[in-house]
Structures are given as structure tokens and as C-alpha cells.
Write a protein that binds this ligand. Structure first.
Ligand SMILES: Cc1cc2nc3c(=O)[nH]c(=O)nc-3n(C[C@H](O)[C@H](O)[C@H](O)COP(=O)(O)OP(=O)(O)OC[C@H]3O[C@@H](n4cnc5c(N)ncnc54)[C@H](O)[C@@H]3O)c2cc1C
Length: 351
């Protein structure tokens, strides 16, 4: 995202990535895009081809499948992006780009150190960021006490009570202490045509840290214990439910979060971006929106339209508000009630 916005300033941006391109799978399945992501797409990417499914809102179902509430689309819920393999990359022509600039992926053996100098460094190396470990060693991602099971089936097999998903709705099934969110996403080829799309589900289910069940869930088919995600195709048969059996390549992720205390360092020369800076709990589908806000605002800071102090404030305020809101959504999903005094976005009066 930073590459997209900063390339429009004709900057040369080397990208250092530790994984091979073939290992870069989109593990978050069907991603929702918030308002900042929509701004980035409209401003900097060619949007002629259909790559997203608009969402008119959310539907809340009780344990027996009856509709309890319909929540219209709010300003932040809208689009779902296609699989990474089909997403337009940084080499796609950007409308506002002055001239093409270069971006590359550099792979080095992990044991070797490489030296690289740059006037500006953006560390977007994820929730377990190596750079954050040096800059803010006290901030670490904490396990939230529950896991997210995810999988998908062809849209034609969508279960009857969950058919709201076929209209683009996010369907929440509240199960008392756990919940499932279901939605439609573009199919494996990226097609958004009816019939090609897939029905995805994400089941948030408690599993206390240190419990035997957690250890069992996070251990894969060859006995390797994972910290964060047991990837597609490596879940052991005995750990999953019948619903999961019916899905193709289900996988499980331990949910973690952390809140960074600063995103700029060394006088605006080093930045922590995305989950390297702050990791939301995923319930609002807004995690990437923070990284996009950073990418859009950093561009403004580099062109002089904003000061670095304004950058830090805009990013810090957003991280604080949506860390709180995603934790409130987690409370609602697992207990059926909002935290005392909390006003959800859809109920907020316009200012
Ligand atoms: C169940 C679930 C549902 C979600 N749903 C949504 C949603 O609907 N919408 C949304 O916006 N978000 C969602 N998210 C969150 C979203 O997936 C993450 O916020 C996002 O992937 C984080 O992006 P990132 O680039 O900050 O980090 P990452 O995706 O972790 O990328 C970090 C990259 O840095 C590389 N790297 C790491 N260390 C090094 C190093 N030392 N040197 C070089 N490279 C390195 C890694 O290989 C990786 O490619 C969801 C998450 C979960 C778990």
C-alpha cells in the first residue's frame, strides 16, 4: 500500500521481503476493505475490472438461524478484495502516478545479514516485526484466548439460513460464547460473477492459552506446533468439526493483538506500518485500513500537505479508536452484548 501511494511521487522503493513470492498466500481469506482502502483504490489503482463484492450491510442470526437484526452498511463496510494472486500489483498503471518507478523483491538467506541504506524506512513486517522488537521491545502481540477457524464452499452450497450472504451481507450467527461470520468472496480465479464466487465462513471459538485443546489445535499433521496459523492442508483430521470437514482446505489462526505507542522514529525517518505498528482483533475487518491510512497520510507528509506531528496524530487516533472498537466487537460476538456504555458505529449519530 505504501508502495502504491509513494510510487505516485516517482520515488524509487525497494521492497525487502523474506518469503519467496510463491509463499505469499493471502491467509486472511475474504478481506473487507474500509473507507481508506476504498480511497486508495479509487485514487491510485485502475478500477475498471470488477474485483470486489459490495456489501449492503450485516445480518445477525440467533443460534437456530432466525434473523435477530439487520444492520445497514456503515461508512466503513463495503468491498471485499480478491485473492492476492489476482490482485493488481505495484506495477499496475496508477492513474495519478507521474512516471513509473521501480519496485523489487529481494530474498536473502535468513542467516546472513544484509546492509542496505535508505533515506526513509517503512517496516511493514507484520505483527511479530523484527524492527518493532528493536524499537519497542516491550510491545508484543498477546493471544486473545480464542481461535478463528476458516474455510469455504462453492456459493451454490450455501446453507439455507445463511443465504443473506449471497446478497453480499455479512451474516453473523451468535452461538452464545462463540460466533460464526459468513460472507461471499470472489472465487479462486478472482471472478466476482454469480456462480464463480465462494461462500466463506470464519468461526471464532474460545480456546484458553496453555490448555491441552489449544496445543492440540495448533499442532499440524506432521506434529509441528504453530504459534499463529496452522496453514491450509495441514490441520489434523481429529481436531475439526463436521462443518469444517465439508470445506476445502480449512485452516485455523490464534487471534492476537497489540497496540503500538508510536509509529514514527528517528525524526520521521523510520516508520512502523500495519500490524508491525498495531494489530487489531479482526472482527471489524478494518485492520488493513490502518495501513492504508498510514500510506495515504505519509504521502501527504512527504508532499508537505501535513506535518509529521499531524501524521502521528491521525494514525495514533485511528489506532486507538479502532483497537477499542474491535475489542468491543469481540465482546459482542462472544457474549451477545456490547460493553457497558459502548456506542457501535452504526448507532452513532452523525456529527
Ligand atoms: C480471521 C482474520 C480475519 C481478518 N479479516 C480482515 C478483513 O476482513 N479486513 C482486513 O483489513 N484485515 C483483516 N484481517 C487482518 C489482516 O489479515 C492483517 O491486518 C494484515 O494481513 C496485516 O498486514 P501486514 O502487511 O501489516 O502484515 P503481514 O500480512 O503479516 O505481512 C508482513 C510481511 O513481512 C514479511 N516479513 C516478516 N519479517 C520480515 C523480515 N524480517 N524481513 C523481510 N520481510 C519480513 C512477511 O513475510 C510478510 O510478507 C484478518 C485477520 C484474521 C486473523
Amino acid at each position: 500500500m505504501h508502495t502504491v501511494t509513494l510510487q505516485s511521487l516517482s520515488l524509487h522503493i525497494p521492497v525487502l521481503e523474506s518469503r519467496e513470492p510463491t509463499d505469499l498466500h493471502a491467509e486472511a481469506a475474504g478481506l473487507s476493505m474500509g473507507p481508506n482502502a476504498q480511497t486508495l483504490v479509487n485514487k491510485y489503482l485502475d478500477t475498471d475490472e470488477s474485483f470486489a463484492i459490495p456489501s449492503p450491510g450485516s445480518q445477525i442470526l440467533g443460534p437456530a438461524g432466525a434473523v435477530i437484526a439487520e444492520i445497514p452498511a456503515t461508512f466503513w463496510r463495503g468491498l471485499r478484495i480478491e485473492p492476492a494472486s489476482k490482485r493488481r500489483g505495484s506495477n499496475a498503471p496508477a492513474r495519478k502516478r507521474k512516471r513509473p518507478s521501480e519496485s523489487f523483491v529481494r530474498k536473502e538467506p535468513t542467516e546472513q545479514k544484509i546492509h542496505f541504506s535508505a533515506p526513509l524506512v517503512i517496516a511493514a513486517d507484520g505483527a511479530r516485526s523484527a524492527l518493532r522488537a528493536q524499537l519497542q521491545p516491550a510491545i508484543t502481540s498477546e493471544y486473545a484466548g480464542y481461535v478463528a477457524w476458516r474455510g469455504c464452499i462453492p456459493e451454490a452450497q450455501t446453507p439455507e439460513p445463511l443465504k443473506g450472504a449471497l446478497e453480499g451481507k455479512l451474516v453473523f450467527t451468535m452461538l452464545g460464547g462463540h460466533y460464526i461470520i459468513a460472507y461471499l468472496t470472489p472465487g479462486p480465479t478472482g471472478s466476482t460473477k454469480q456462480g464463480d464466487r465462494v461462500f466463506e465462513w470464519c468461526w471464532y471459538s474460545p480456546s484458553p492459552a496453555g490448555s491441552p485443546s489449544f496445543a492440540e489445535i495448533m499442532t499440524d499433521t506432521v506434529g509441528h506446533r504453530h504459534n499463529k496459523t496452522v496453514p491450509r492442508g495441514q490441520l489434523r483430521d481429529e481436531v475439526f468439526h463436521e462443518l469444517i470437514h465439508k470445506s476445502k482446505d480449512p485452516f485455523v489462526t490464534a487471534i492476537t493483538s497489540h497496540r503500538g505507542s508510536a509509529s514514527t522514529f528517528y525524526n520521521g525517518k523510520v516508520f512502523l506500518a500495519g500490524e508491525a505498528y498495531t494489530q487489531f482483533r479482526p472482527h471489524l475487518g478494518l485492520s488493513c485500513d490502518l495501513a492504508v491510512l498510514q500510506a495515504l497520510t505519509l504521502r501527504e507528509a512527504l508532499t508537505g500537505d501535513k506535518t509529521m506531528a499531524e501524521y502521528e496524530k491521525a494514525v495514533g487516533d485511528y489506532a486507538a479508536e479502532f483497537s477499542m472498537r474491535s475489542t468491543a466487537m469481540d465482546h459482542f460476538g462472544l457474549t451477545g452484548k456490547w460493553p457497558e456504555g459502548y456506542v457501535p458505529l452504526y448507532a452513532k449519530k452523525p456529527t
